[in-house]
Write a protein that binds this ligand. Structure first.
Ligand SMILES: [Fe+2]
Length: 342
C-alpha cells in the first residue's frame, strides 16, 4: 500500500492511499487548499486517482472533493445519507470498494453526522470525525446524535482488532495515528462505557461553533465555491501592480494608467488615490460602456483590501478589457503608508 498523510495547519488530515500493483489511488477527505498536493503525490508515485471520498459532510473546513473530482473526472464516494447532490457512489455499511488489490471496507458510523462512515483498509481504519485521538466527534452540529455515536464507537469501531491503526480526519496533537487498543484504554470519552453516561457526557459538552460553519455547510453540501476559491480563481487570470509602482506613476508626467476605484461612492469621496475615477463594483458591468469606452486602456483597479478589486479585474478582462490590472493590496495599506490621497 502506498500511503501519505496530508495534514494542514488547523489539524485537518487527509489520506492518499494507492495500490502499488494497479497504480490506482483514492483520496480520503481531501481539503480544498491541498488539491494540487494530491495531484503532485499521484505524479510522484506514478499512480492515478480513481476515487475521492468524504467520510462525512464537514462543517468545519472546506472539502476539496468536488474540485478534485471535477479536475480528474472521477467518482465521489459518500454515505447514502449525504444530502450533497454531487455524490456519484452512495455507499452503506458492509459494502466495499475495490482499489486494485486493496479493499476499502465501508462502515456506517453515524453520530457525529448521520452520513459518517469509517473506512477500514488492511491494518488501518480511517475514522473521519467519529473516533479521534483522545476524543470523538461532537454531536451538537446538524444531524449529530450521541446515541448513534455510542453504537458507532462501542459496537463497531472498538470491535475491530485492537492493533488496528486509527487515522482520524482531525488531529489536534503532534501524533500521526493511534490504535484501537490505545483509544479503548486511554481515550477519556470512551471511559464512560455505559450508554446513558456516554450520552449525558456528550450532551453536556459546550463547544464553540466552528469558524465558517455556514460557508462550509453551503459549499460542502452543494459543491459550490467558497469566497476564497472565487478570489483565487480570479487572481489566476489577473496580473497585479504594486502600490509603489502606482505611486511612482501618478507622480510622473505620464502615468500611462487609468485608476479605477470600485468601492462605494462614500468611501471614494472620503479619500481616494489622486486622479482615480469611481465605479462601485455592483455597478461595474452596467456602467463600463458609458464610463470606460476604450477597452484598450491600461486600467488599474483597486478597492479597500485588494479582494473585490481582483474579482472586478477578472470581470473587466472577461468583458474585453485585456489590459485591466489589479492593485496588489488596497486603499487601506495605501493610507497606512501615508501615500497621497485626494
Ligand atoms: Fe466533522
Amino acid at each position: 500500500m502506498i500511503f501519505h498523510q496530508v495534514a494542514t495547519e488547523r489539524g485537518c488530515q487527509s489520506y492518499f492511499i494507492a495500490c502499488e500493483d494497479s497504480c490506482t489511488a483514492v483520496v480520503i477527505d481531501p481539503e480544498d487548499s491541498q488539491v494540487d498536493r494530491y495531484l503532485g503525490l499521484a505524479a510522484q508515485e506514478g499512480v492515478s486517482i480513481h476515487y475521492v471520498l468524504d467520510t462525512h459532510t464537514h462543517a468545519d473546513h472546506f472539502s476539496g472533493t468536488t474540485e478534485l473530482a471535477r479536475k480528474l473526472n472521477v467518482p465521489i464516494i459518500m454515505h447514502r445519507n449525504s444530502q450533497a447532490p454531487f455524490v456519484d457512489m452512495r455507499v452503506d455499511d458492509g459494502e466495499k470498494i475495490n482499489l486494485g488489490k486493496l479493499s476499502l471496507n465501508i462502515m456506517h458510523t453515524p453520530g457525529h453526522t448521520d452520513d459518517s462512515i469509517s473506512v477500514h483498509v488492511e491494518d488501518r481504519v480511517f475514522t473521519g470525525d467519529t473516533l479521534l485521538i483522545g476524543g470523538c466527534g461532537r454531536t451538537d452540529l446538524p444531524s449529530g446524535d450521541p446515541d448513534q455515536l455510542y453504537d458507532s464507537l462501542f459496537n463497531k469501531l472498538l470491535r475491530l482488532a485492537p492493533e488496528t491503526l486509527v487515522y482520524p480526519a482531525h488531529i489536534y496533537s503532534r501524533r500521526e495515528s493511534s490504535s484501537i487498543a490505545e483509544e479503548a484504554a486511554e481515550n477519556p470519552r470512551l471511559q464512560l462505557k455505559e450508554r446513558g453516561e456516554f450520552v449525558t457526557q456528550m450532551r453536556k459538552l459546550t463547544l464553540r461553533e466552528p469558524d465558517h460553519l455556514s460557508e462550509a455547510l453551503r459549499t460542502n453540501l452543494s459543491g459550490g465555491k467558497t469566497v476564497e476559491q472565487l478570489i483565487a480563481e480570479a487572481a489566476h487570470n489577473v496580473s497585479f501592480m504594486s502600490l509603489e509602482e502606482v505611486l511612482r506613476r501618478i507622480q510622473s508626467d505620464d502615468p500611462g494608467i487609468v485608476l479605477l476605484d470600485v468601492r462605494e461612492k462614500d468611501a471614494y469621496e472620503q479619500a481616494h488615490i489622486p486622479g482615480a475615477m469611481v465605479i462601485p463594483r455592483g455597478q461595474l458591468e452596467l456602467c463600463v460602456n458609458e464610463r470606460l469606452p476604450d477597452p484598450t486602456r491600461r486600467i488599474v483597479v483597486y478597492c479597500e483590501f485588494g479582494r473585490i478589486s481582483t474579482l472586478a479585474t477578472a470581470t473587466l478582462k472577461e468583458m474585453g478589457f485585456t489590459r485591466a490590472i489589479a492593485l496588489d493590496k488596497g486603499m487601506q495599506l495605501w493610507m497606512e503608508k501615508g501615500y497621497p490621497v485626494e
